[in-house]
Design a protein around this ligand. Structure first.
Ligand SMILES: [Zn+2]
Ligand SMILES: [Zn+2]
Length: 245
């Protein structure tokens, strides 16, 4: 087994709150400088920047999990990751159907653009991506499952947009692959307040909106190689793979 440092939660220029420095080129350069081997690209309610980040990263040996940070109807943030870019594109169609139509006001919320490897804008999203989906947490989770994806409720220790801040409990029957915390000691804090999380796998992600915040906290995986199925096994603690505390 080998160990791989991962930061599975970050926002690109496509998220209205993502800084312009979070371009494919900017993200990849920062990850290489910081020794990160795996990243998750998780813009709000969209997967549209995943492909270009993956293409730029692949040339440099950085592995990308194409993903999204969904906002459910209850305003819970859920991270989802997909086995391939094609599946992420397919999931985009589901997102397009379920994102509530609220017009973005770039001067107020921020620009929502896909940029290419040369930092040229190739697409502008006009719908506000930080609006909620019209799907509740169970429907959203099922859609991820139907696409063979991984489901990880985001920043569960936070007082806003988290499973516990919005619902107060671990929803019955909700199957998750892990829970994410944003601070190094987040797991211990959450476990003290919510004993129901006992036995869950935890990952730690930066939720970076600026390149300097990438890998401010990370998750260390022990597995054979960086790919979706190895990460899935590591989260489940199967076949000798795991998350190193
Ligand atoms: Zn969030
Ligand atoms: Zn986020």
């Amino acid at each position: 087994m080998h160990s791989f440092r991962a930061d599975l939660h970050m926002h690109t220029v496509l998220s209205p709150c993502g800084d312009l420095s979070m371009s494919p080129r900017g993200i990849v350069a920062e990850c290489l400088a910081k020794g990160v081997a795996i990243i998750g690209v998780t813009d709000h309610n969209t997967t549209r920047q995943c492909r270009i980040v993956t293409e730029v990263a692949r040339e440099k040996g950085l592995f990308v999990l194409p993903g999204v940070e969904m906002t459910t109807r209850e305003e819970v943030h859920l991270l989802a990751y997909f086995p391939s870019l094609d599946v992420a594109d397919d999931f985009q169609r589901w997102l397009d159907t379920h994102l509530q139509v609220v017009e973005n006001k770039p001067e107020f919320f921020g620009y929502q653009v896909v940029v290419d490897r040369h930092e040229q804008v190739v697409y502008q999203e006009d719908r506000l991506l930080i609006a909620a989906l019209d799907a509740d947490i169970y429907t959203s989770a099922q859609a991820v499952r139907d696409h063979g994806g991984l489901l990880i409720p985001a920043h569960v220790g936070k007082g806003k947009n988290s499973l516990f801040s919005q619902l107060g409990i671990m929803p019955e029957g909700l199957e998750v692959d892990a829970l994410e915390v944003s601070m190094a000691d987040g797991q211990a804090r959450v476990a003290r307040r919510y004993p129901a999380v006992t036995g869950c796998t935890f990952v730690t992600g930066s939720d970076a909106h600026y390149v300097e915040d990438i890998a401010s906290v990370t998750t260390l995986f022990s597995m054979e190689r960086p790919d979706f199925y190895e990460i899935q096994m590591a989260l489940a603690g199967e076949n000798g793979r795991g998350v190193i505390p």
